[in-house]
Write a protein that binds this ligand. Structure first.
Ligand code: C2E
Ligand code: MG
Ligand code: MG
Length: 400
């Protein structure tokens, strides 16, 4: 059969493939029904009948074995061909645990078919457990263990928020801070979120952990503002902004805005002192994200786009979204002195932002010269090790 064709028409009673054939594609039934069967002593042992929308022939592609059964058209059928490449691409991009589940189910299915209605043949065709199989099982195990470990750490109260100042580049005064998650592990010490934030964001843990992060950041914002007022820095307290990183899954959760409002009221805070930081990826969540963004913005929360310039390629969303800040990613800032192209990108972002009434924050400033160039290019705010590394609340209170 020609695997390059997209669809094929098969006549009634025609055999699509036979047990033992090498498999180079799978099929989705567009029209008609097929019979899957085994042959024993020249006798057909029917296994199942499949109809429109169902897939067959995928097993041989996934587990690299020959066809384990035969397939015959029960009537005139039309089949869409799914190439081996298409199947494997999907399998390989699936979650590690889903991959493990698939392999185990396939293995069981093959055993059942082979030892099934025919009865006599034992499961001599074993699932290919070599190479990728072993690695796959190991990484699925690692992933589950890590997820459990992280959730355990959260329950053991090993998570903590650090705060990094955001400064006005002109006079270097602190105008706010960004809350950054830390895992204070008794075993490994202070662990950077780069090592575990993806795992949280890709699982349902993001909801309770995200809730905890917002509550903690808002509680600490209250403390920061109280201390500023105590020190007679009324103006600074009124303008102080707490940035909180919010992941897409957390933001598009149906209760996000209500929960945020509850926590804000609990800590007696104003929305204009709270900034929600999200990456451009949020735009991929479409209408739900736009709705939540508009709701937050109309309540007075500031919205900031994190790591700007590194992700989503379209700029269209800037015209449709109620965005108040763009954060220029560190990857541009770190090259601003040595690479004229990076400098040009930064300069363009700043112009674009200002033309749209959006403020710019430059991330990852480590050197005085970088701060100078950024300020000359028109960036108003900056954040980076030059001013301070992220520190715990106690140390942050000493900075302000
Ligand atoms: P981000 O939101 O872009 O945060 C900025 C990161 O750059 C922080 O890393 C910060 O410590 C680091 N950084 C700041 N200034 C400098 C500098 O001058 N030089 C260098 N080399 N690095 C600098 P961190 O804290 O490790 O966080 C990494 C990422 O993890 C964050 O990137 C953010 O995407 C995510 N993250 C952190 N906390 C949270 C959180 O509470 N919730 C969510 N959803 N994500 C978080
Ligand atoms: Mg951020
Ligand atoms: Mg960033």
């Amino acid at each position: 059969m020609n695997a390059a064709a997209q669809s094929v028409d098969i006549h009634k009673d025609q055999i699509i493939f036979s047990e033992g054939d090498a498999g180079d594609c799978a099929y989705i039934i567009e029209k008609g029904r097929v019979l899957i069967y085994l042959t024993k002593d020249k006798e057909e042992i029917p296994l199942t009948i499949l109809g429109e929308g169902e897939i067959f022939g995928e097993m041989a592609l996934i587990d690299n074995q020959n066809r384990s059964a035969s397939v015959r058209a029960l009537e005139d059928v039309r089949l869409a061909i799914v190439t081996k490449q298409q199947v494997l691409e999907r399998v390989s991009t699936a979650d590690k645990v889903v991959q493990l589940l698939m392999r185990v189910l396939l293995k069981r299915l093959r055993r059942k078919n082979i030892g099934g209605p025919g009865g006599s043949r034992i499961s001599e065709v074993e699932f290919d457990n070599s190479g990728a199989g072993d690695d796959g099982t190991q990484s699925a195990l690692d992933q589950i263990k890590l997820e459990n470990q992280i959730f355990q750490a959260f329950q053991n109260k090993e998570f903590e928020l650090f705060y990094q100042p955001i400064v006005n580049l002109k006079n270097k005064t602190i105008t706010g801070c960004e809350a950054l998650l830390r895992w204070n592990s008794p075993q490994h010490g202070l662990v950077s979120p780069n090592l575990f934030i993806d795992i949280i964001e890709n699982s349902s843990m993001v909801i309770p952990i995200g809730h905890w992060i917002i509550n903690q950041a808002l509680k600490d914002l209250r403390t920061i503002q109280d201390q500023l007022r105590l020190n007679k820095k009324e103006r600074m307290a009124d303008d102080f902004m707490m940035s909180i990183n919010i992941s897409g899954r957390q933001f598009t959760h149906s209760d996000f805005v209500n929960n945020l409002e509850d926590l804000r009221e609990k800590h007696d805070l104003h929305t204009q002192n709270i900034k929600l930081e999200m990456t451009e990826r949020i735009m991929m969540d479409g209408a739900i994200a736009i709705d939540a963004l508009n709701q937050c913005r109309s309540l007075g929360y500031a919205i900031s786009i994190d790591d700007f310039g590194t992700g989503f390629s379209g700029l269209q969303y800037l015209t449709q979204m109620p965005i108040s800040f763009l954060k220029i990613d560190r990857s541009f800032v770190m090259k601003i002195l040595s690479d004229p192209k990076s400098k040009a990108v930064v300069s363009s972002i700043i112009h674009l932002a200002h033309a749209m009434d959006i403020e710019v924050i430059a991330e990852g400033i480590e050197h005085h010269e970088e701060a100078l160039v950024l300020e000359t290019l028109g960036a108003r705010f900056g954040q980076g090790y030059l001013f301070s590394k992220p520190v715990d609340l106690g140390r942050f209170l000493k900075l302000i």
